[in-house]
Design a protein around this ligand. Structure first.
Ligand code: AMP
Length: 279
């Protein structure tokens, strides 16, 4: 496994592989890796010859400076995990490497940019698409792998790919959960033992909705799910919605394809998101 810090070195390494017609996959991450990230590497290995994993805590997508500061960065652990997962190249640039000069990035990501996470984290998806575009430019991958865990993020990246007509295929990978249902996340490390128990209500509420979806009206499902969350100590709900998976607008018609239930809440001091596909 090669460790690379600069775009120039990455391009030099990838050029002969591209000339040899190797299929290149990119798995962008912010590090603090867990089995969810490894599942993306596994899927990438199945579909490509070379897997590049980037580790970069992107400052432009953080709306809360404290969140950026306390984001975990266990680099040695990450490198070992990627080595064990069979990753070929790790790209770990500095902030200066990715942002040598100040930029005013803004692209039209559609109305869904401003809903859900976009409402609670203003400008978040401009920052996300900005760094993903830079990583695509640096790697020029045939395929890029993202987790359904960040449902809205995949949608925004697909919109960005369409906007620039980029020659990359976006692959969405399923959510990997702990045995008790909690969606794996780098932020789970901040949960106290009590928070960790309380956080389970998020996946429980989502699975309640999924299991009762055929039998109960949407309004009833939402009411029960919100009540479950609101009655859990230490959990403050930002949103729980059943939405159209393309527009992210609330949807009460169960016949609509692409329905998804999405939740975001603060558990103690930690903000968590999760979702489940309904149709
Ligand atoms: P992050 O390091 O949190 O930016 O995540 C890097 C990639 O891993 C993103 O595409 C995430 O959606 C994905 N990911 C994060 N958590 C999970 C999970 N529990 N299961 C599957 N993919 C995940």
């Amino acid at each position: 496994m090669k460790l690379i810090n600069t775009i120039a070195a990455l391009k030099t390494l990838l050029e002969p592989l591209k000339t040899a017609q190797k299929r290149i996959a990119l798995v962008p991450t912010m590090g603090a890796l867990h089995k969810g990230h490894v599942s993306l590497i596994d899927l990438a290995k199945q579909q490509a010859d070379i897997v590049v994993c980037s580790i970069f805590v992107n400052p432009t997508q953080f709306t809360d400076p404290k969140d950026l500061e306390k984001y975990p960065r266990p680099l040695e652990h990450d490198i070992k995990m990627l080595e064990d997962a069979g990753c070929n190249i790790v790209f770990m640039p500095s902030v200066k490497e990715m942002y040598p000069v100040k930029e005013n990035w803004h692209i039209d990501l559609g109305n869904a940019e401003f809903l859900l996470e976009g409402e609670f984290r203003k400008g978040h998806y401009q920052g996300v698409t900005q760094i993903v575009k830079k990583l695509f430019d640096a790697v020029n991958p045939d395929l890029a792998f993202f987790g359904q865990k960040d449902f809205q993020q995949v949608l925004m990246i697909e919109n960005m790919v369409r906007y620039f007509k980029l020659p990359v295929q976006i692959i969405t990978c399923p959510i990997i959960r702990e045995g008790d249902g909690l969606a794996m996340s780098s932020r789970n490390i901040h949960l106290s033992a009590e928070d960790r128990q309380h956080a389970l209500v998020l996946s429980k509420a989502l699975y309640y909705v999924k299991e009762h979806f055929a039998a109960e009206p949407v309004a009833e499902l939402l009411a029960v799910a919100k009540k479950m969350i609101d009655s859990t100590p230490g959990v403050v709900l930002d949103y729980f919605t059943i939405a159209n998976g393309e527009t992210l607008l609330p949807e009460s018609d169960k016949q609509v394809k692409n329905l998804v239930a999405l939740v975001a809440a603060k558990v103690g001091e930690t903000r968590l998101i999760d979702n489940v596909l309904l149709s």
